[in-house]
Write a protein that binds this ligand. Structure first.
Ligand code: NAD
Length: 482
């Protein structure tokens, strides 16, 4: 059995012990095993697509098409890339050694951390558990997975499928709630990969500090979207709604709010209205393709935020309590009001879109810089100078010009945050590297043992050492420009 459903500490320790024995056996480290495991993981996803889509629909009403586009496609891209590139990623990188180390060979070899813990969130419950697992396996680790308790059907499915496809001494799954997570974090791991809220990220970092465990934290926050007056509003509106409506805005990199010049507000609202009609010609009440909000707590939270902004509402505003559905809705207010606005206090994580009007573009940049570094920053503009200014003056996990969320469609761009939106990155080779320690290896033979570095250090030895280390007087440096 390699899945457990309880937070019993002795069972959690037992699960970790199995993985420790598995890692000690060395099986997870060979290229052949890694490739076999990745192939099995790929088969698990491909053979169970229907079951995965059904589990997500049962958990929070996400339409099947969205699961295929935004969840399974990422896993398949990751697992295929890992199989194709693994041999190259694993190859030690030879380094030329300096004369002072003659004779010697030096190289840098990626080696697995060992037994790793992967904690997943609920919003992409399969992708955000399996994509890190692909990186963990590719890097030669053994892994324990803890899916989110908020998506119980997906968690059940992972507990059922993973033991059928992957050996228990390499991968274990533990289903359970916050208590299980906390108890898992009490144990000593060789590496922790956490995806979830910034708030829980603090707890994970504190727990990791106890054993100085290396971590990757994939966190959240508010991802701003600047739309300047030079943007093509029709395309802008389509790409913003696409990223916001996906998973009903419950995406870590969903555009959280729009910053736009005051004169652009009305044309942008018209464009957003038009695109909503294109996407949902039958309207909110009769369309089947809206995704639900994950639970009553979050539904009420979003309802509360929307109610606080009743006077700012410009598009949408309807809800369906029985299905926990919220209509994509747009609110408009002034930048001066942003700091006190309910919509701007925390990551929205729902289909509510505030448009915040500014007078000078520097105000938008200053507003972003006055808050936590975002996971993603989006700019819609045709003005290259403005795009460069934003790129130079801001910081964020990723920066996307003229689109939203689509940066996840490739394993070539590392995915991760900075500051409060996270630390470390993964996807593709970045994921392999995140789960590897880069070990420096230096190998020397016995046949030559020059006495020059050994005591006593005489003046001729000192002369040679200075030569070997290139101790030379520096040319006079120019004085700094004033
Ligand atoms: P969450 O932080 O509430 O939960 C994530 C996981 O942590 C769950 O498995 C949960 O059981 C566990 N957990 C909860 N409280 C804990 C505690 N006190 N101690 C230890 N573990 C605990 O996040 P969520 O609601 O599942 O997901 C939404 C958040 O995740 C959003 O902020 C979103 O932006 C972020 N997110 C980030 C990424 C990313 O890749 N950066 C991806 C998806 C979601």
């Amino acid at each position: 059995m390699n899945s457990e459903h309880s937070a019993d500490p002795s069972k959690l320790q037992a699960a970790q012990n199995i993985l420790r024995a598995g890692f000690s056996s060395g099986r997870s480290k060979s290229l052949t095993t890694r490739l076999q495991l990745l192939k099995k993981l790929e088969a698990m996803v491909l053979e169970n697509q229907e079951a995965i889509c059904a589990a997500i629909t049962a958990d929070f009403g996400r339409p099947k098409e969205d699961t295929i586009i935004a969840e399974l496609s990422v896993v398949i891209e990751e697992v295929k890339t890992a199989q194709k590139k693994l041999k190259k990623w694993m190859a030690p990188r030879k380094q030329w050694m300096p004369l002072v180390l003659f004779p010697s060979k030096g190289y840098v070899a990626p080696v697995p951390f060992g037994v790793v813990l992967i904690i997943g969130p609920w919003n992409y419950p399969i992708q955000l558990l399996l994509a890190p697992l692909i990186s963990a396996i590719a890097a030669g680790n053994c892994a324990l997975l803890k899916p989110s308790e908020l998506t119980a059907h997906c968690s059940e499915l992972m507990c059922k499928l993973i033991p059928q496809y992957l050996p228990q001494e390499i991968v274990q799954v533990v289903a359970g709630g916050i208590e299980a997570s906390e108890q898992l974090l009490e144990l000593k791991w060789d590496f922790i990969f956490f995806t979830g809220s910034t708030q829980v990220g603090h707890s994970v970092a504190r727990a990791a500090a106890k054993y100085l465990t290396p971590t990757v934290l994939e966190l959240g926050g508010k991802s701003p979207c600047i739309v300047d007056s030079s943007a093509n509003l029709e395309v802008t509106a389509r790409r913003i709604w696409w990223g916001k409506i996906l998973n009903a805005g419950q995406t870590c990199v969903a555009p959280d709010y729009i910053l736009t010049p005051r004169e652009n507000v009305e044309p942008l609202i018209e464009a957003l209205k038009k695109v909503l009609l294109e996407f949902f010609p039958n309207g909110f009440n009769r369309s089947q393709s809206f995704c639900g909000i994950v639970n009553e707590r979050h539904f009420k939270r979003l309802h509360g935020i929307a109610s606080a902004h009743r006077d700012d509402l410009r598009i949408g505003g309807q809800t369906q309590t029985e299905n926990k559905l919220i209509e994509p809705s747009v609110y408009v207010f002034d930048l001066a009001k942003a700091d006190s606005a309910a919509l701007m206090q925390e990551e929205i994580f729902g289909p509510l879109m505030p448009i915040v009007a500014f007078d000078r573009s520097q105000q938008a940049i200053d507003y972003i810089n006055a808050h936590d570094h975002p996971l993603a920053l989006y700019i819609f503009s045709s003005d290259q100078k403005f795009i460069e200014t934003v790129e130079e003056q801001t910081q964020s996990g990723s920066l996307v010009v003229n689109d939203t969320v689509i940066q996840l469609a490739t394993s070539k761009l590392p995915f991760g945050g900075v500051g409060a939106s996270g630390m470390g990155a993964y996807h593709g080779q970045a994921g392999f590297q995140a789960f590897s320690h880069l070990r420096s290896v230096l190998k020397r033979p016995f046949w030559l043992d020059l006495p020059v570095r050994y005591r006593p250090i005489t003046s001729w030895k000192m002369y040679i050492l200075r030569k070997l280390f290139s101790f030379q007087k520096q040319k006079k440096l120019p004085s700094p420009a004033r």
